[in-house]
Design a protein around this ligand. Structure first.
Ligand code: FAD
Length: 398
C-alpha cells in the first residue's frame, strides 16, 4: 500500500458493524476505506451466532448482504423461564402477523457475506490486516495513521472499533468525551450443540441467579443433525469457569439446563468465553469523528440486542450521509453529526437501561425480587398491549 491515500470516509474497525456500514455507504458512490487489524484470511476466531432482528434484516437487505448469508434459522417462538419454574412467558410469531421475531446467523457466515458484498463495490477498500495507531484532525480534513507508517486521509472518521474503541479513547483525550462503564462480573460461555430432537425454531431464555442461559435455534447441518447455539452465563472466579471443564463435564452441565424435549445434547467444536460489561459514551461525536455500534455502546447480551442496536445507528448515519452527499453538503458537518447523535441517543440509552435492569432483576435470587419478577412476567403474559410492546422490541421493528 502507498504511504498516503485519500478517501471520503475512513471506517476504523471491520467487524460486523464496520463492514455493514462500508457496504451501506458504498452505495452512495463515496470513496470508503474500512480498516481492520484482523487478517480476513485467518481462521475464524468468532464462534458466536447472532440473533438478527426483523429491523436489522431490513438494514442487511438494504446493504445487499442478506442474500449472501449461507444459513439463517428463523425464531418463531420465544419462551422465557425463571429459575426452576415452567414457562412464564411465551411470544409466538403468529401473534405478530406470522413474521419471525428474528433469525439466528453464524457470525463467521455473516462476516463472509459482508466481505463478499464489499468486493463488488469498486469505491470501497477493505484494508486488512492493518492496525490504526493514531489520528490527526484538521479544519479541512482528518488523517488516520496506520502502524506500518501509512496515512489515510478522509473527511470523516467513523469509529466502529468495538467496545475497547481506540477512536473513543482518542476523543476522550482530545475532546474530553466521557464514558460510563462497569463490569457485570459475569462471563458468557458460548458454544454450538447438537440435539436428538428438533428445536421447532424456539428460542429459550432461562433466567438463573448466576445469569441467563439461552438456547438459540440454528439450522440443521447437511446430514440433518439438529443444532442450537448456547449462551451460558456464569459468575464467580475464573478458575471455576465452565471453560475449564472437560467436554464430558460440560455436557453434564448443559443437560442440567436443557429442557427434556431436546433429548440428548452433545457439544460441537470449541467453547469461548466473553467477559460481560457495559460501556456507553456520553457523546458519540467530535469534530470529523463519530462512534457507532459497540464503540458507542456495548451492552449485556441478555436480550441479544447489541448488534441490532448498532445496526440502528448505521441506518441513521447512512441516511444522513447519503442525503448530504446527494445535495452537495459537507458529509462531516457539525449539524449532520449532531443530528445523528440526537436521533440515536434516546434509543441507545433506553436499551442500555433495559438490559442493565433486566440483568439486575433476573440475576438475583432474593425471595421478594423473585416473587416480584414472576408476577411481573405473568402480568405481561396476560396484558396484550404489554406483550405486543415486548414482541416489537424483540423484532427491532420500529
Ligand atoms: C456472548 C454474546 C452474544 C451476543 N449475541 C448477540 C445477539 O444475539 N444479537 C445481537 O444483536 N448482538 C449480540 N451480541 C453483541 C454483538 O456481538 C456486538 O454488538 C457486535 O459484535 C459488535 O460489533 P462491532 O463491529 O461494533 O464491534 P467488534 O465486533 O468488536 O468489531 C470491532 C473491530 O474493530 C477492529 N479494531 C479494533 N481496534 C482496531 C485498531 N486499532 N485498528 C484496526 N482495527 C481495529 C477489531 O479487529 C474488530 O474487528 C452478543 C455479544 C456477546 C458477547
Amino acid at each position: 500500500m502507498s504511504k498516503h491515500k485519500k478517501y471520503d470516509i475512513a471506517i476504523v474497525g471491520g467487524g460486523l458493524s464496520g463492514l455493514s456500514l462500508a457496504c451501506l455507504l458504498g452505495r452512495h458512490g463515496l470513496k470508503i476505506a474500512c480498516i481492520d487489524q484482523a487478517d480476513p484470511k485467518t481462521k475464524p476466531q468468532d464462534l458466536r451466532t447472532t440473533a438478527i432482528s426483523y429491523g436489522s434484516r431490513k438494514v442487511l437487505e438494504k446493504a445487499e448482504i442478506w442474500e449472501g448469508i449461507a444459513e439463517t434459522c428463523p425464531i418463531e417462538d420465544i419462551q422465557i423461564l425463571d429459575g426452576g419454574s415452567s414457562t412464564l412467558l411465551e411470544f409466538l410469531s403468529r401473534e405478530v402477523e406470522n413474521k419471525a421475531f428474528g433469525w439466528i446467523v453464524d457470525n463467521h457466515d455473516l462476516k463472509q457475506a459482508m466481505i463478499q458484498r464489499l468486493k463488488t463495490l469498486g469505491n470501497v477498500s477493505h484494508i486488512a490486516p492493518a492496525k490504526v495507531s493514531g489520528f490527526k484532525i484538521g479544519d479541512a480534513g482528518a488523517n488516520v495513521q496506520l502502524e506500518d507508517g501509512s496515512v489515510i486521509e478522509a473527511k470523516l472518521i467513523i469509529g466502529a472499533d468495538g467496545r475497547f474503541s481506540g477512536v473513543r479513547d482518542f476523543m476522550k483525550r482530545e475532546y474530553g468525551l466521557r464514558t460510563r462503564q462497569w463490569s457485570y462480573h459475569q462471563r458468557a460461555v458460548i458454544c454450538t450443540v447438537s440435539h436428538q430432537n428438533p428445536h421447532h425454531n424456539i428460542a429459550v431464555e432461562h433466567f438463573w441467579p448466576e445469569g441467563p442461559f439461552a438456547i438459540l435455534p440454528f439450522a440443521d447441518d447437511q446430514d440433518g443433525i439438529h443444532r442450537s447455539s448456547v449462551v451460558f452465563t456464569e459468575h464467580g472466579p475464573e478458575k471455576n469457569s465452565l471453560m475449564h471443564m472437560s467436554d464430558e463435564e460440560f455436557e453434564v452441565a448443559l443437560a442440567a439446563r436443557f429442557p427434556a424435549s431436546y433429548g440428548d445434547v452433545k457439544l460441537i467444536g470449541r467453547r469461548a468465553a466473553y467477559p460481560l460489561g457495559l460501556v456507553h459514551a456520553e457523546d458519540y461525536i467530535a469534530p470529523r469523528m463519530v462512534l457507532v455500534a459497540d464503540a458507542a455502546h456495548g451492552i449485556h447480551p441478555i436480550a441479544g440486542q447489541g448488534l441490532n442496536l448498532g445496526f440502528r445507528d448505521l441506518d441513521v448515519l447512512d441516511e444522513l450521509i447519503g442525503k448530504a452527499h446527494k445535495t452537495g453538503q459537507d458529509i462531516a458537518s457539525a449539524e449532520l453529526l449532531e443530528e445523528y447523535q440526537r436521533r440515536r441517543r434516546p434509543d441507545n440509552m433506553a436499551m442500555v437501561a433495559m438490559t442493565d435492569g433486566l440483568n439486575r432483576l433476573f440475576s438475583n435470587n432474593i425471595m421478594p425480587v423473585r416473587a416480584f419478577r414472576r408476577s411481573g412476567l405473568k402480568l405481561v403474559s396476560r396484558l396484550k398491549p404489554a406483550k405486543d410492546f415486548f414482541m416489537k422490541q424483540a423484532m427491532g421493528d420500529r
